[in-house]
Design a protein around this ligand. Structure first.
Ligand code: NI
Length: 171
């Protein structure tokens, strides 16, 4: 199960909407395995376009305060319901390393998706899991958490990430 390189802003694939998968076959399962491996110990969620693939696949593995979802793999996720109540949280993103954006979203959502075995499944999410799944579904639509910020703040963050990448190349 190889790790894949993670694309960072301002890569244009991160701004591109992904297409649904026809079914969850062995190739999609291998992709899900690679994605879990890629984000292991560095993140809690990853969407396919972050590794350069434009299909509607995401993985999550959320752990906080003694609560652990375990690995969750989704294909073609759809938000069926979202609460009126909202929640604000500082969100990070592996494609925007070292930066955070305060994002307001519906506090709770119900998501329907195809699981690792291609079966229809549903997730009722709140708290960090809710932010995470909405953040990853945004990725599939070409939307980043920094898109909720002012354009000035967004540009500053992209410049910081570009500079960090450049400094890393020099080292
Ligand atoms: Ni992200």
């Amino acid at each position: 199960m190889p790790k894949r390189p993670i694309l960072t802003v301002p890569h244009p694939i991160l701004k591109t909407k992904s297409d649904p998968v026809d079914s969850v076959n062995d190739a999609i399962r291998a992709q899900m395995d690679d994605m879990l491996e890629t984000m292991a110990e560095i993140g809690i969620g990853l969407a396919a376009n972050q590794i350069g693939m434009l299909n509607r696949v995401l993985v999550m593995d959320v752990e906080r305060d003694g609560f652990h979802t375990g690995p969750i793999c989704m294909a073609n996720p759809e938000i069926l319901w979202s609460s009126e109540e909202v929640s604000q949280m500082d969100e990070g993103c592996l494609s925007i390393p070292g930066q955070y954006a305060l994002v307001e979203r519906p506090a709770r959502v119900k998501v329907r998706y195809l699981d690792y075995h291609g079966k229809i499944a549903e997730l009722d999410a709140q708290g960090l899991v809710s932010h995470c799944v909405q953040h990853e579904i945004d990725h599939l639509n070409g939307i980043l958490c920094i898109d909720y910020l002012s354009s000035l703040k967004r540009k500053m963050i992209v410049r910081k990430v570009e500079k960090m990448k450049k400094d890393q190349e020099v080292l």
